[in-house]
Design a binder for this molecule. Structure first.
Ligand code: ARG
Length: 460
């Protein structure tokens, strides 16, 4: 097969070089975007007087037929050895409509073509991912509403710290996902610029109407500088960062649940649908879905680091190195396209054991509440913190729970301790103290649920 650039060459391409060079094995996915771009380009160059109406219609009909053919037969690319998707489409168009196909590439380069295709592709992929992320957030809000009564220990440094609502924990992750959703909308808006008409690098020598071309392809604007247009892969890097951060968020969510599904905690149990067994130990039920979610973060971080390394110090404008943007891009999208519904599935089918969570609520988690009771009685917090610390130590010495420490012992530490302070030994009361917005009191959690539910209904 002769490449698009055969004219100046006499020697054949080394077969290994052909395999090294081809991007068709992965960029075939750009086929629909490529045809959409070509249909718009045919209109644009016809408008500039470079195609007759009849030629334009021939090219349009040929591209539409090709689109239907590929859609009906997804394996159309199998075995094709074209250099890339752009060459594939052009060859097939030529085979079907003859030499007039050769007019389509007038004023266009694969450099502006590929940059356009990838942006068009990302627009679709981004919309799908946004939908999946919105659904995950809605599922988290729904579960948080249903299980708002469940209390559990909240941890810092993996040490039991203060009681919180289980819902509050769940929503803490949903807020991170919500920011991811906002970041996606943000980067997609920045990617909404059309490079077509930039040519190889210097711009288009024919009087095409780029405003109309951009509008026809649904872009918000046309790129303002042709050299930048063919160089710029910021939008890919931003998407990879977005994916890496989202995967990092998912990994933190997964890690909490992995720990809590261990027998030592026993707070949660994964549904069979998302677990696997051991080939050796019959009793094992492993949280593989969660471990894979945790593991995928490393993979997506690698994609970001890899692309940034490719872009670093790359001479302007187009260099073939830029072909390396696609595999990490597609893999990030594919990975999250599976990871998001898996996350939602795990979340929706997880069994929780509120009694185990409750049992893990030790009195020490209320030590801050006792210090706060002293504060309400007028003791400066630094001093009350110290006094309660001594009470904790005394209870340890006596081998009793903090709440069972006799009043005489408390008052030996400080006369500011009173019998009424026994009211703090109530986990429900403790969480209800946290009424300030963003806290774990019922009303504050309900406000979060309402806000996230409303946000999840927005179109990204
Ligand atoms: N497959 C190429 C890529 O992905 C398309 C652009 C090729 N341009 C060129 N000047 N060789 O980057």
């Amino acid at each position: 097969m002769s490449p698009l650039w055969g004219g100046r060459f006499t020697g054949a391409t080394d077969p290994n070089m052909a395999r090294f060079n081809t991007s068709l094995p992965f960029d075939w996915r750009l086929w629909e975007a490529d045809i959409a771009g070509s249909l718009a380009w045919a209109r644009a160059i016809c408008g500039a007087g470079l195609l007759t109406l009849e030629e334009r219609d021939q090219i349009t009909a040929g591209l539409e037929a090709l689109r239907a053919e590929i859609a009906a037969q997804p394996a159309a690319f199998a075995g094709a050895i074209d250099e890339d998707i752009h060459s594939f489409i052009e060859r097939r168009l030529t085979e079907s409509i003859g030499p007039v196909a050769g007019k389509l590439h007038t004023g266009r380069s694969r450099n502006d073509q590929v940059a356009t295709d990838v942006r068009l592709w990302l627009r679709e992929a981004g919309a799908q991912l946004d939908g999946a992320l919105g659904a995950l957030i809605a599922a988290a809000a729904e579960r948080a509403a249903a299980e708002i009564d469940v209390l559990m220990p909240g941890y810092t440094h993996v040490q039991p710290a203060q009681p919180v609502r289980w819902s509050h924990w769940l929503l803490s992750h949903a807020w991170a996902w919500q920011r991811d959703r906002a970041r996606l909308a943000d980067l997609l808006a920045r990617a909404d610029v059309m490079p077509l008409g930039a040519g190889a690098l210097a711009g288009c020598p024919f009087p095409i109407d780029r405003i109309a071309l951009a509008a026809g392809l649904g872009f918000a604007s046309a790129s303002p500088n042709s050299m930048d247009a063919v160089s710029d892969r910021d939008f890919v890097a931003e998407f990879l960062f977005w994916g890496a951060l989202l995967a990092t968020h998912l990994s933190r969510w997964a890690e909490d649940l992995i720990q809590w599904s261990s027998r030592e905690y026993g707070f949660v149990e994964l549904a069979d649908a998302y677990s696997t067994g051991s080939s050796l130990m019959p009793q094992k039920k492993n949280p593989d879905a969660l471990e894979l979610l945790r593991g995928k973060a490393g993979r997506l971080q690698g994609h970001l680091a890899g692309l940034l390394a490719t872009l670093k110090a790359l001479p302007s404008t187009y260099d073939k190195d830029l072909q390396e943007d696609k595999e990490p891009l597609f893999d990030t999208s594919d990975t999250l396209t599976l990871a998001l519904p898996i996350t939602q599935g795990v979340l929706e089918t997880l069994t929780i054991h509120p009694e185990r969570m409750r049992a893990a609520l030790g009195d020490e988690l209320l030590a801050t509440d006792l210090a706060d009771a002293l504060v309400r009685a007028g003791v400066p917090f630094r001093e009350s913190h110290h006094l309660v610390g001594r009470a904790v130590r005394r209870a340890e010495e006596l081998g009793c729970r903090l709440r069972d420490l006799p009043l005489v012992d408390l008052q030996a530490i400080s006369p500011r301790f009173t019998a009424e302070m026994a009211g703090v030994w109530d986990f429900e009361r403790s969480v209800e103290q946290r009424q300030a917005s963003g806290g774990t009191a019922r009303a504050a959690v309900e406000a979060q649920i309402a806000a996230l539910t409303a946000a999840s209904k927005d179109q990204g």
